[in-house]
Design a protein around this ligand. Structure first.
Ligand code: CA2
Length: 150
């Protein structure tokens, strides 16, 4: 059966390509979804791509992914730096979790240097622009093939 990867995006990422191109680039979230769709297909993976501005909705999606997904790729946006609820939800998951940040959070304001999600993530990709999503899918494919995904 096809392994499906859930790619989740947090608050304000729907604004990609519309503001702050010097930080986040010029690609829109629809461009990122297309990129992920193409890469997932090439890797033989299914894809569900989501974005929410609401912490509780992200928690619900993580809970659903526990049984529905082979892996989670998440850019939690600013919730990375604040959300114990998202960390708790991810901690209930046994599937691989990869954290993506478009910008290099370690080169930015000090409040962005800490991520609660990193306490659970199996790997973190930061500063590769939107290509970080493609890199995460590549790595997820190797984890899933090694039997670490459902
Ligand atoms: O670098 C990343 O991917 C971030 O997760 C993006 C978050 C930020 O709070 C994190 O510290 C790092 C912000 C997403 C906001 O995205 C926008 C994109 C374009 C215009 C305005 C916001």
């Amino acid at each position: 059966m096809e392994k499906v990867i859930h790619v989740m995006n947090g608050p304000n990422l729907n604004m990609l390509g519309q503001r702050q191109p010097e930080v986040y680039g010029r690609q829109t979230l629809a461009d990122v979804e297309r990129l992920c769709g193409e890469r997932a297909q090439a890797l033989g993976l299914g894809l569900r791509f989501m974005q929410s501005n609401y912490e509780g909705e992200l928690v619900t999606w993580i809970q659903q992914a526990r049984t529905a997904a082979a892996g989670i790729i998440i850019n939690p946006g600013a919730y990375s730096h604040t959300s114990v609820a998202i960390l708790d939800a991810l901690n209930t998951c046994e599937i691989p979790v990869l954290e993506v940040h478009i910008s290099n959070i370690h080169k930015r304001e000090s409040f962005r240097h800490h991520s609660y999600v990193s306490l659970r993530a199996d790997a973190v990709i930061a500063g590769c622009g939107t290509n970080g999503y493609a890199l995460a899918l590549e790595h997820m494919a190797t984890l899933v093939a090694a039997g670490q995904g459902k």
